[in-house]
Write a protein that binds this ligand. Structure first.
Ligand code: GDP
Length: 362
């Protein structure tokens, strides 16, 4: 599975968000959340298409695809120098596929700010500086390593040395490597460094209930994100925590009263998914209708491999129908009769929403 680490300064609303995520049983059975460790949980991807497929197929079970969130506490200024839980923090964050940085964009005199003032620009800078400093150390070590190899005439090492050196001034300024817009070849050359500031990042701007519009703090976060290829998700974590406590029927009434179409958490989960370049395909049998996650651009055998590695190895072909065609023709039989049921080979590139039957040798 894929995971997203939640980071941010103390008291910005991380735990509130994480707890809301852990409680968000959007129809408890359909979207289970289970806590893996105290600070990690798996949350079901909200996807109305899954419910629609279930209405048609009437399976015994409906299983959403999932995403893992990890609450990474303990980042303070000086973390890269080992302050606080610094080293542990950085090790935890290295394990994640993407980063969600919670930024305080709410005013509340009852909630102390670590720097005594709500200032998202300064807060982001503290966090990003620590991450950049940690990367700087990694790059410096990397340079020493590839320098030796490059001397022996190794072409890859030479190319690596060249690109590693271009990272230094960027990181020295405290800027993230993801702001450099490196191409695929360059990314491949720096992959072994496992840099923190290259990870796809979203800023979760934690606003008050009335803070979604005309909020100068939020505008500042948006400006920073635009400069460094990051995404912003404005959300009121306190409100989300309240919503997460409600029973399903109460929840829809409450959301309607608030003029919300869905809990804000759904936007966070979806943004994480999008950030990672992921998409969903479905299997729709009478036993089970299920959503699965694959990278955008995955081939049919790779998609089969998400279910089981044997499915990928023994892949023969995929029988595919798009979600729209499946629904429009009221299921598999109808889609077949309408000629919408396609046979696809190993080069087929899976599309978001495909309903797939895999054929394979065992
Ligand atoms: P963490 O240290 O980043 O995990 O922060 P917490 O989630 O513990 O939140 C710190 C305090 O801020 C708690 O008292 C929360 O109730 C409060 N808080 C969190 N989100 C909001 C918000 O959107 N608005 C307001 N007014 N308070 C919030």
């Amino acid at each position: 599975g894929f995971n997203c680490g939640i980071v941010g300064l103390p008291n910005v609303g991380k735990s509130t968000l994480f707890n809301a995520l852990t409680k968000a049983g959007i129809g408890a059975e359909n979207f289970p959340f289970c806590t893996i460790e105290p600070n990690a949980g798996v949350v079901g991807m909200p996807d109305p298409r899954l419910n629609k497929l279930a209405e048609i197929v009437k399976p015994q079970k409906v299983i959403p695809t999932t995403m893992e969130f990890v609450d990474i506490a303990g980042l303070v200024a000086g973390a890269s120098k080992g302050e606080g839980l610094g080293n542990q923090f950085l090790a935890n964050i290295r394990q994640t596929d993407a980063i969600a940085q919670v930024v305080r964009c709410f005013e509340d005199d009852n909630v102390i700010h670590v720097a005594n003032k709500v200032d998202p620009v300064a807060d982001i800078e503290v966090i990003n500086t620590e991450l950049a400093l940690a990367d700087l150390e990694t790059v410096e070590k990397g340079i020493k390593r590839v320098e030796r190899v490059a001397k022996s005439g190794d072409k890859t090492a030479k190319a690596q040395l060249e690109i590693f050196q271009t990272l230094l001034p960027v990181l020295n300024e405290g800027r993230p490597v993801r702001s450099m817009e490196l191409d695929a070849d360059q990314m491949a050359l720096i992959r072994e460094l496992c840099l923190l500031t290259v990870k796809p990042t979203m800023y979760i701007a934690n606003v008050n209930e009335d803070g979604f519009e005309n909020n100068p703090h939020l505008d500042k976060v948006r400006a920073i994100a635009a400069e460094e290829n990051a995404v912003v998700v404005p959300i009121c974590n306190k409100l989300e925590a309240e919503i997460a406590e409600l029973e399903d029927d109460e929840k829809s009434i409450f959301l309607e009263e608030m003029g919300m179409e869905e809990p804000g958490l759904d936007r966070v989960i979806r943004a994480g998914y999008k950030l990672l370049g992921l998409q969903t395909y479905f299997t729709a049998g009478v036993k089970e209708v299920r959503a699965w996650t694959v990278r955008i651009g995955a081939s049919a055998p790779q998609a089969a491999g998400v279910i089981h590695t044997d499915f990928e190895k023994g892949f023969i072909r995929a029988e595919v129908v798009s979600y729209d065609d499946f629904v429009e023709n009221n299921g598999e039989q109808g889609a077949k009769e309408a000629g919408k049921w396609r046979l696809e080979g190993k080069d087929y590139v899976v599309q978001d929403g495909d309903v797939i039957h895999f054929r394979f040798n065992v």
